[in-house]
Design a protein around this ligand. Sequence first.
Ligand SMILES: Cc1ncc(COP(=O)(O)O)c(C=O)c1O
Length: 1013
Amino acid sequence: MPLLRFPSTSPAGRLVLQHGPPRYVRTPLVVAQRGLATAKPPSSLFAPLDTFPDRHIGPDNAEAAYMLSKLGYDSMDAFVDQAVPPKVRVASNAITDEEIKPLSEDELLHRAKDLGRANKPFKSYIGMGYHNAVVPPVILRNVMENPAWYTQYTPYQAEIAQGRLESLVNFQTMIMSLTAMDIANSSLLDEATAAAEGMVMAFASTAQKKKTFFVDDGVLPQTLAVLRTRAKGFGIRLVIGDASSALSDEALRSDLCGVLLQYPDVNGQISDFAELAKSVHSAGALVVVATDLLALTMLKPPGEWGADIVLGNSARFGVPAGYGGPHGAFFAVTEKLKRKMPGRLIGRSRDVTGKPAYRLALQTREQHIRREKATSNICTSQALLANMAAMYAVYHGPNGLKRIATKVHGLTQLLKTIVEGYDFKVTNGQFFDTLTLDVTGAVPSADALHASAVASGVNLRIVDDKHVGVTLDESVGPVDFLRLANVFSSAVKAPAVTLDNAPVSHLLPGVSEGLTRTSDFLHHPVFNRHHSETEMLRYIHHLQSKDLSLVHSMTPLGSCTMKLNSTSSMIPLTWPEFGSVHPFAPADQVKGYAEIIAELESDLNKITGFYACSLQPNSGAAGEYAGLSVIRAYHESRGEQHRDVCLIPLSAHGTNPASAVMAGLKVVPVKSLQDGSLDLADLKEKAEKHKDRLASFMITYPSTFGVFEDGISDACKIIHDNGGQVYMDGANLNAQISLTNPAICGADVCHMNLHKTFAIPHGGGGPGMGPICVAEHLAPFLPTHPVVATGGEKGIDAVAAAPWGSASILLISWAYIKMLGGQGLADSSKIALLSANYMAHRLSGHYSLRYNNANGRVAHELLIDFAEFDKSAGLKVTDFAKRLQDYGFHPPTVSWPISTCMLIEPTESESLEEVDRFCDAMIKIREEADEIIAGKQPRDNNVLKNAPHPMSVIALSEEEWKRPYSRQKAAYPAPWLHEKKFWPTVSRVDDAYGDLNLICDCPSVEETAHDYA
Ligand SMILES: Cc1ncc(COP(=O)(O)O)c(C=O)c1O
């Protein structure tokens, strides 16, 4: 029986399963052995001491040297030489401090401040789907700025994620209630991509037989651009026009799959679409509505007048504009469409004791897991921002929201009355917060008005030379309002508007009675009891306390790179200089952002070895889709539009084939060999077979099996020889930096998950960013944007709503790179490799390592196989994962890429002590499994099968505790738990029950009353 092994050759008698600081020998020799630059003594008396690499990288020099020695190496270089194939290595100093000069934490914050000042603090009334939100301070500090909310992973482990699952259910309930729809998901990436998902659902609902999707001309331009991109891959025909007249055309109706309407539209107009909706339904098509949550507190909700799909941006519920995001898009559908809905859905289920519990519903049917059968690739979405929006609704409640909406509408009414007095003509008959003004009766041109607005520090919407647009929001106070109103008064040389002379008494409502909301909303108790700050603070902390995150312990999720999200890199994010910038603000007002964007693009190009970068895609999967669409455009430009085959290894992440299908490609799978490496012979055979139609090959490197394969360059050559392009999935880029890079490997394009390698926190399931870097020949095809110039001269249409995606979080990756500098980046990758290999070494003899390279090395993560335990103990990989929760750890990635495996990734940020603690836990669990194998514990009633053990189970009476092990063993199986115990709040959640009884909103008033009885 494998026992916990205490290393006998330890340099300083290692501490295993004992609490307290490790004692390792620290000598100059050891520093040299580590081969890292991070512990250099300061170069002068004035050199900063707050250097970031020392804080970011977990193991110190002595610890790293110890890990190397356990693996049998006397230098880091010797180790790296055996982990990374020599064929693809870059010179060891490829990215140096000279190329990316490191800034100390303090220097970084000063630099960020200076760049923030370069963004001019104009007040934007541009609208077009973006508003100045007011973030309630209690939410700003306790959610947005709180690592216990932002460092969590997607809630795949429901028992240690009940807090954010509840909050996401609040989000879903809020959306269902405000839109009056049957079911809502827990966020999508942005409004434009949500509209694209709606279009594809409509297309799919006709079994892809009807190919025309009609877009009303009141839809936002960025939405239209994203629809254009997405329609192409699916072969959908987009028709744009006035929905109120065009839909009578019989030829159009016979091929119609759906219609997209904007309510209120880009010009602020609110139309009664009820008759239109009937007409669309009578053509057998779906009604898709893009809308605004605050407006819906006053307007008849789309679910009451015939919508099938309702979507939009929830950011005006307390999420900063942030130069375009991140923002949580919402998406709601009718009952009959619920099982086809893209994105994550949180459902109510129960645990094995019958206690109610939340979980990700229909998890195995998440669209991207359907691989080439998927019609959506959504994986990372916008959980943190959805949580903020939900908290905003919890804080304000229905009455608070009505007050806010009434104020915004009231100020818009007042502005209308004022400007009409100056002969500006409001062109939208009905309105909520947006007016479109014909300026010709009052001033010579729209330009003149914009010029005087800019002179007052105000941005209006540019429409054309005769019209301007104005959108008001919750942030508009009296001073702002007067400044805005006086842009108009001064343009016509009228006396200034003051608070005393403003015509507030005779305001006319902007919404007709027929379109006014009469139904209640947000009547669930959660939206009606946390309105004082004290209550709100306690609610936020109550939910937070149910969730395990990086503030507790390591989250060793393979392929997810859960590393430090440093405080210094997060601080600038919530400064107003970055938070309150509209994505369509004029270029001369956003010079700070422009500089950050340019520097980040340049650094990412250096790191990947590529030529150009697009920061538009706002998730890894969105990057895949963008990259493949760029490849398609490249082939098309060469008259090779028929190239439509994409080769993808069977081990690839589900988003790869899903993205390929969305880009209009046909997926052909490629096999792996017994040792886990790519089957080059199979690749060659398939590439040659499809030579005339080969568009691309997608590969993850190091592979999803956690190994740097020797054959990567050969694979790329095979593809190029057969006319294809190579897409590298950069999810594992953390293992590559400065050791190799996608360009050297031979790829043409790669996406980077900034929320993995470049330290953007995962936010409990988003936000993320998935920029792509490309070789020179693909640069002309990078995505453009309809409002702000971006991308290449022959660029594809937009892939996201905002020009630079979720721009504000780019600051985090920018800061991360700048603070680490070239050497720190390289050192991070080396330590990531070292930690994974050290872990593989510690776990060997206890578990079966599935794959390694010819030198016995893994890359930055390791795949452990649990298949053997099924027969010997009746245990599955999930039982081990759930038991880890009792030890206070978030389980690694489970059942992917192989169903019986765990993929473990420690990252460079975890100290040796933490890595050891995790290994100790794994080894202890192996001992527990051995007891079952030896027949000392029953196969169906043991600590693993019954894991996790929440406090409610430990507190069962002696009679109810029918388990052949002690409570002590269940809850405190390791010594450190006596001081540091994280309690799962429910027992193992019943997945099947949740999927069979799909309930995705908050408990009703009656149920809640019952709970409290
Ligand atoms: C290998 C791989 N590719 C692609 C993705 C998709 O990235 P995202 O979740 O940012 O869309 C993931 C996400 O975990 C991944 O692990």
